[in-house]
Write a protein that binds this ligand. Structure first.
Ligand code: AMP
Length: 153
C-alpha cells in the first residue's frame, strides 16, 4: 500500500465529525499528507429553507447566502483546528453530502476519506439514510470511519 498523500476529511461541524477530523489531522501529520477539508451544504436543508422563505427571498440569493455563511464557518473552523498545520485546503459546496464526498474524493485523487459514523442530526438519518454508510459502500478510495465514544456512566 502507498503512503497517503491526500486525505479527505468530511466535516459537518458535529461532535462526531470533529472527532473524525482530529483523526484525519493526525494521519495527515503522520504521512505528511495534504489534508482536504470538505463541507457540503446539504441540498435537503436548502429545500426546507426554500419552502420556508420561498416567497420573500429569491432562491439563488438564499443559496448564495447559505454557502457564504458555510464558507465563513469553515474558515473559522480551520483557523481554530489547524494552527500548526498549513498543508491543507478547503472545499465548501452545495449538494447531496454522500455524492459530493464521493465526487470530491474521486476528482482530487484522495488516498483516504475520513468521516464520523454519525453526523449532525438524527432525524435526517431516519429520512435520508446514512452518509457514512453510503460513502463506505460506494467509495473507490479507502474510507476510515470514526465513532465518538460517549463516556460510560
Ligand atoms: P451521517 O451519516 O449523516 O450521520 O454523517 C456521518 C459523517 O459523514 C459525519 O460525521 C461527517 O464526517 C460526514 N458528513 C455528514 N454530512 C456531511 C456534510 N454535509 N458535509 C460533509 N461531511 C458530512
Amino acid at each position: 500500500m502507498q503512503p497517503f498523500k491526500t486525505i479527505l476529511a468530511a466535516v459537518d461541524f458535529s461532535e462526531n465529525s470533529d472527532h473524525a477530523f482530529d483523526c484525519a489531522l493526525m494521519m495527515a501529520k503522520k504521512f505528511d499528507a495534504h489534508l482536504m477539508v470538505l463541507h457540503v451544504v446539504s441540498e435537503q436543508v436548502d429545500v426546507d429553507l426554500r419552502t420556508y422563505y420561498g416567497s420573500t427571498i429569491p432562491f439563488e440569493k438564499l443559496e448564495e447566502d447559505v454557502i457564504s455563511a458555510a464558507e465563513t464557518m469553515m474558515t473559522d473552523y480551520c483557523a481554530r483546528k489547524l494552527r500548526e498545520y498549513d498543508n491543507y485546503s478547503t472545499v465548501t459546496i452545495g449538494g447531496l453530502p454522500y455524492r459530493e464526498i464521493l465526487r470530491t474524493a474521486r476528482e482530487q485523487h484522495a488516498d483516504l476519506v475520513v468521516l464520523g459514523t454519525h453526523g449532525r442530526t438524527g432525524l435526517d438519518h431516519m429520512i435520508f439514510g446514512s452518509t457514512a454508510e453510503r460513502v463506505v459502500r460506494l467509495s473507490d478510495s479507502p474510507v476510515m470511519t470514526i465513532r465518538t465514544r460517549k463516556p460510560e456512566r
